[in-house]
Design a binder for this molecule. Structure first.
Ligand SMILES: [Mn+2]
Length: 445
């Protein structure tokens, strides 16, 4: 597989003794501290906290990696005994670590993985009103997308162009008050391409409007195979109600993650590279956080890796780029809370995990009262953590069609007392998660 830089010229060693399907233990080795990627991919580095790589095999030598990987891994993966073995080098930054196993193929080749699409010339759909996103357009587009129909390309381009211009003007940290005629702000966590669950949120909680403001707290795309539908809908809502729809960047609204976890492939499948570039132009301009009522920080991942970093420092992040591997920008997109005090390296291999004491000190130093974050699945879709100083909210029920969790969203009003609503997964068309990914997935950390 070209993405992995597999080398067909390398002699294939026979599969090691005992390595047979479904009987695999971990069989990943790491780079020896550092070595040069012979394919020109730069230095491969060791990373702390590694746990392995989940791999599975397809019918050919196009073996497929799934799950959570971290940068610098070198993975040797065998295909079945008939096909021999293939060596695959991972030289791209990915996310976290899991144990390595070789699994049976998910689907037979006869089973369609990706639904056929109408050719673009047949694409019909709702029109904007002289370029404006209206209630009528939003309602028609939701119905249209629900039926697995694509939107007209010029409509998509218009929405993305307008969204980019709006997001360009936003601050890195957006300060918000609940509008006077709105009872609360709704905060949603990760949607991860689960468009049919986004529809559940809108049915239960209403469409965004002046009296029904929303914050979507990152990770709109990837994993779920309706990421285009989610992203274009949220950006259209932003264009319609720029002051009442707020979109924070997640760690998946980045080029590297979207390339590996499905969004890039999906947009290329449904449209083309130019449309994909326009999405990335929007993503790179997304704010990193909102501060609600001057007291509540809404951020995708978590808190800084150093105590001296406060909200003031987050405001100064130059965000219009891909996040680096280390530092404040990376921390806010990637970090996770832990139940015990202190900080330690994240099990993801990126960002950190931080304890209740860290949250308390950060809130005091930043003159804040509450952190609302997303980024991690929770059984009921939400969890109140760190003695009530931090909330996790996650809005992708039955995450990846596999986890069995509920989704949740939370209402926050002036008193900042969280009021949660939970919901179950909606049925969706038979396109499995990560159907468009280079890694055609079946598992995850
Ligand atoms: Mn995330």
């Amino acid at each position: 597989m070209a993405t992995f830089g597999s080398d067909p010229g390398t002699p294939r060693p026979p599969p090691p003794a005992g390595r047979r399907r479904n009987t695999m233990g971990p069989w990943v080795r790491e780079a020896d501290d550092e070595e040069e990627d012979p394919e020109g991919g730069g230095r491969l580095r060791r990373v702390a906290g590694k746990r392995g790589v989940l791999v599975r095999q397809q019918r050919s030598l196009e073996s497929t990696l799934v799950g959570e990987l971290a940068r610098g891994a070198i993975v040797e993966l065998a295909t079945d005994a008939v096909e021999g073995a293939a060596r695959v080098r991972i030289s791209a930054p990915l996310e976290g670590w899991v144990t390595a196993r070789l699994l049976e193929p998910l689907s037979s080749p006869e089973e369609p993985i990706i639904a056929p699409l109408s050719p673009p010339t047949e694409v019909d759909g709702p029109e904007l009103d002289d370029g404006r996103v209206t209630d009528t357009y939003i309602k028609q587009s939701l119905e249209h997308l629900k039926q697995q129909k694509l939107l007209k390309r010029d409509v998509v381009v218009s929405i993305l162009t307008q969204a980019k211009d709006l997001l360009e003007k936003e601050a890195t940290v957006v300060d918000l008050e609940t509008p006077t005629d709105a009872p609360h702000v709704t905060v949603c966590g990760d949607v991860h391409g689960q468009f049919y669950d986004l529809l559940t949120i809108f049915e239960a909680n209403g469409l965004p409007s002046q009296t029904n403001p929303y914050i979507f707290n990152g990770d709109f795309v990837d994993r779920g195979s309706f990421s285009f539908e989610v992203a274009i809908t949220l950006l259209a809502c932003k264009v319609q109600h720029p002051n009442c729809v707020h979109l924070n960047r997640g760690n998946h609204e980045t080029r590297t993650m979207a390339r590996f976890y499905g969004f890039d492939g999906e947009v290329r499948h449904k449209y083309d590279d130019d449309v994909l570039e326009m999405f990335h132009a929007c993503f790179v301009r997304l704010p990193l956080c909102c501060v609600l009522h001057k007291r509540c920080l809404v951020v995708h991942g978590g808190l800084p890796s150093e105590d001296q970093s406060t909200l003031k420092d987050i405001r100064k992040i130059e965000r219009r780029c891909e996040p680096p591997e280390l530092g404040l920008f990376c921390d806010v997109l990637w970090s996770d809370p832990q139940p015990f005090p202190g900080r330690q390296p994240s099990r993801r291999g990126v960002g950190l995990s931080f304890g209740p004491d860290v949250t308390k000190r950060f809130l005091e130093r930043s003159d804040l009262a509450l952190v609302v974050r997303s980024h991690e699945v929770r059984d009921r879709g939400y969890e109140v953590e760190h003695g009530g100083l931090l909330i996790t909210v996650f809005s992708a029920p039955n995450y990846c069609d596999a986890v069995g969790n509920q989704g949740a969203f939370v209402h926050l009003s002036q008193d900042l007392v969280p009021r949660f609503a939970t919901f179950n997964a909606a049925p969706h068309p038979p396109i499995r998660p990560m159907a468009y990914s280079t890694f055609a997935a079946l598992g995850f950390a």
